[in-house]
Design a protein around this ligand. Structure first.
Ligand SMILES: Nc1ncnc2c1ncn2[C@@H]1O[C@H](COP(=O)(O)OP(=O)(O)OP(=O)(O)O)[C@@H](O)[C@H]1O
Ligand SMILES: [Mg+2]
Length: 366
């Protein structure tokens, strides 16, 4: 059964895995494959490589899905019966939109958005990119404009950062530290009242930045948002655990990503999150029966000359080593995870200058 068939009935597909294994590429290809099947699909990508962005026509960064022109995909032998929409996530914009939605009134909203501390924080809060990714997904889900949403995940060092993000952010907002700061007799008030006030006064005169006022205003404004944030983080967590959601784990056949994929699938199962399948990307393989380098060199010598034929044979031998390694990696994944049918995607020729054919090739395999 193809992956697309296995994803029947899913409304949300989260594509996770360690850095650089092909999450963004497979997200886009999967979205295309689902659109070919007649579904209206939106893929939320994060930092797509330039060529992929171009293939999807994603030159504009407006944080809303845009329809991928079917013309762009026509002529590659795939008929898109549904619709393919794509967007590049803009973490800061998403965070701002979230504040706008959750703010109890316009004043609070403007105060938070214009606040210097917020401007720094919204980019810097640990996991804010991970959080905004799911926050955006949640918005799109609620709007209900699409049959399926495919979420590419940020290039976290650790794919688990992504799972923890809603939790981490809500505990930040619920956190003791924040409450201490917010209390009328809390740290913020005391710092302002104490000698530090004088130092800050000097700072203000020198720099024009009134740090304490900014900080105080920020936390006061934010306090009106905390309930909304907590609620949102909970809803996002529930959405990730929903049976109509599927987590796909992507890995390359290399040792570290494989280890991380195994760990990540274990965590998904532990947390009772819906694991939807394993994708092993950039796999090297040889045709059956495998050609022997010596035989290849002999067969090509006349046409190409002995030196070129020997170089081809050498190349083939090196490829065979990689193919053997990749086969072992897949076997290891199968037995360790008990996954009988991982999706295996070939390592495509890197010389392709237009990424549409690559996307189409991968979509076919899904
Ligand atoms: N099957 C493949 N064959 C050849 N090249 C590939 C394949 N899949 C992905 N790539 C290339 O590998 C690079 C990384 O892919 P991609 O950006 O999809 O990975 P990622 O997991 O999203 O990375 P990051 O963690 O940085 O977001 C890109 O240059 C992409 O074109
Ligand atoms: Mg990526």
């Amino acid at each position: 059964m193809s992956l697309v068939e296995r994803l029947e009935g899913k409304r949300m597909v989260v594509v996770a895995g360690s850095g650089g294994v092909g999450k963004t590429t497979t997200s886009a290809a999967l979205a295309l494959a689902l659109a070919v099947q007649g579904r209206r699909v939106a893929v939320v990508t994060i930092d797509p490589a330039k060529r992929l962005a171009q293939a999807l026509g994603l030159e504009e960064l407006d944080n809303e899905p845009r329809r991928v022109d079917p013309e762009r995909l026509a002529g590659h032998g795939l008929e898109v019966r549904g619709e393919l929409w794509a967007m590049m996530l803009d973490a800061k914009r998403t965070f701002d939109d979230l504040i706008t939605r959750l703010a109890p009134d316009e004043r609070t909203r403007d105060e938070v958005l214009a606040n210097r501390i917020y401007q720094e924080l919204s980019g810097a809060v640990a996991g804010s990119q991970e959080f905004t990714a799911v926050a955006k997904l949640y918005e799109l889900h609620r709007e209900g404009r699409f049959d399926v949403l495919v979420l590419d995940t940020p290039p976290s060092r650790n794919a688990l950062d992504f799972l923890d993000a809603p939790e981490r952010l809500s505990s930040f907002f619920e956190g003791r530290a924040l409450r201490v700061l917010l209390a009328p007799t809390g740290l913020a008030a005391r710092v302002a009242a104490a000698g530090t006030g004088a130092a800050l006064g000097v700072l203000r005169r020198l720099t024009g930045v009134d740090l304490m006022t900014d900080l105080g205003r920020f936390f006061r404004a934010l306090s009106g948002l905390i309930d909304g944030f907590r609620e949102r983080a909970r809803a996002v967590g529930a959405l990730l655990a929903d049976p109509a959601t599927a987590f796909l784990v992507v890995t390359s056949p290399e040792r570290e990503p494989v280890a991380e994929a195994i760990f990540f699938v274990g965590k998904l199962r532990e947390a009772d999150l819906p694991f939807g399948g394993l994708i092993v990307n950039r796999v090297h393989s040889l045709p059956e029966p495998a050609p022997q380098p010596a035989a290849v060199a002999a067969a090509l010598a006349e046409e190409l000359g002995a030196r070129t034929a020997a170089a081809v044979a050498e190349n083939l031998a090196a490829h065979a080593v990689l193919a053997a390694r990749d086969a072992r990696a897949i076997e290891h994944l199968r037995t360790t995870l008990g996954v009988t049918d991982p999706v295996v995607l070939p390592n495509l020729d890197a010389e392709v200058h237009d990424d549409v054919p690559a996307l189409v090739a991968i979509a076919r395999l899904l």
